[in-house]
Design a protein. Structure first.
Length: 61
């Protein structure tokens, strides 16, 4: 369950930042880069802050 939520949040943030960069300011693409770096970091370290937050909120794995 947590993995699906993490992927959904990452996808929403990426799409949102693209839309905002096209309509508001190009600097919103930094959010896309931040999400990408976090995904890369979690694949290397096998630790994800979002998973930790979801665990503390009681979301089942």
């Amino acid at each position: 369950m947590q993995e699906r939520i993490v992927r959904a949040v990452a996808g929403i943030l990426i799409l949102l930042s693209i839309i905002l960069s096209l309509t508001v300011d190009v600097k919103w693409l930094y959010l896309t880069g931040f999400v990408g770096l976090n995904l890369l970091q979690s694949s290397i370290t096998k630790w994800c802050l979002m998973n930790t937050i979801l665990t503390k909120l009681g979301v089942p794995k």
